[in-house]
Design a protein around this ligand. Structure first.
Ligand SMILES: NC(=O)c1ccc[n+]([C@@H]2O[C@H](COP(=O)([O-])OP(=O)(O)OC[C@H]3O[C@@H](n4cnc5c(N)ncnc54)[C@H](OP(=O)(O)O)[C@@H]3O)[C@@H](O)[C@H]2O)c1
Length: 276
């Protein structure tokens, strides 16, 4: 048993990939989540709520390093402030926050809360690291899938993403957690900047959706201007993952094909048993 790293959001999309990577590095982990989890060797669970400031002192007891990955649509600023105060009180030596690329530039509540969260961490008095990540493939997928179901291909002009693979973000966070406080580090993105047409075309090619008439759409107001100006994209100083959108979709496609093949052989087997 070594001093555990506290991972808030260790049950989430990113956190659930980080936890086994920390375990592979022989690092013990404590997960803070709103739900009770099953402890296992090297992994303990503490129930708490970062927004409601519940269970934080217990979660931070005896901890040197905190990886703050818990997040939601609302309240990430409050959660970071609560955690920063509690971490300072607990004598934490390294407080790490995952934020989002464009946090200080996008006029959207989620991004503004992330910018405030970054400030709370930087002003906590605890040595810190902030890693801004681009949108995960998993985040972009439902939007693209939704667009692929429409009879026309709506393409909001100027809307671009640089989607990144979850395992690559998790690996970078693991490296940060096992390293020293570094302040704001290079943003983490995927290998390509893609607009909606490119994202949906590749989706169609890999998943077999048909081509449709393209209808350009204008995103109005400050949000539209910010997207057209690429405020949600990383600048020159970025660390790019390797896995492309096409490779991510091909992986999904292979999973779907495998599942269908298994279902077919299961129903064939059941049919043979029924007729035997
Ligand atoms: N997904 C992306 O594309 C992306 C991109 C850049 C940055 N980020 C940021 O990365 C972080 C993790 O994202 P994700 O995609 O892994 O999120 P996710 O899958 O939605 O998971 C959210 C995690 O946060 C925990 N959580 C939420 N509210 C909480 C609260 N009040 N108290 C304690 N735990 C709470 C959840 O745990 P329980 O439900 O078990 O309590 C869960 O483990 C978030 O801060 C997100 O903003 C995400």
């Amino acid at each position: 048993m070594n001093t555990p790293i506290l991972v808030t959001g260790g049950t989430g999309t990113i956190g659930s990939r980080v936890v086994p990577m920390l375990r592979d590095a022989a690092q013990d982990v404590r997960i803070l989540s709103r739900h009770r989890g099953e402890d296992e060797p090297g992994i303990e669970h503490v129930e708490g709520d970062t927004v409601a400031a519940r269970g934080l002192a217990e979660a931070l007891h005896g901890v040197d390093v905190v990886l703050h990955l818990a997040g939601g649509a609302k309240g990430d600023n409050v959660a970071a402030m609560n955690l920063a105060t509690a971490a300072k009180d607990a004598g934490v030596r390294h407080l790490i926050l995952i934020s989002v690329v464009g946090a200080d530039a996008m006029p959207i509540g989620y991004f503004r809360a992330k910018a405030q969260a970054e400030r709370a961490i930087a002003e906590s008095g605890v040595p810190w690291t902030v890693l801004r990540a681009a949108q995960l493939h998993e985040f972009v997928l439902p939007m693209v899938r939704g667009l692929a179901r429409l009879p026309l291909l709506l393409t909001p002009g100027g809307l671009r993403f640089e989607p990144v693979h979850v395992e690559e973000v998790a690996a970078r966070l693991t490296e940060v957690a096992l390293g020293s406080p570094a302040g704001r580090v290079a943003d983490m993105t995927g290998p390509e900047v893609l607009d909606i047409r490119q994202l949906t075309n590749t989706y169609g090619e890999v998943m077999g959706a048909r081509a449709r008439r393209v209808v350009p759409v204008h995103i109005p107001g400050a949000v539209g201007r910010a997207y057209r100006a690429g405020e949600n994209l990383a600048g020159e100083d970025k660390q790019q993952g390797q896995r492309t959108w096409q490779q991510f979709l091909s992986g999904l496609r292979a999973e779907v094909d495998d599942r269908e093949a298994r279902d077919r052989s299961d129903s064939l087997r059941r049919g043979r048993i029924t007729h035997a």
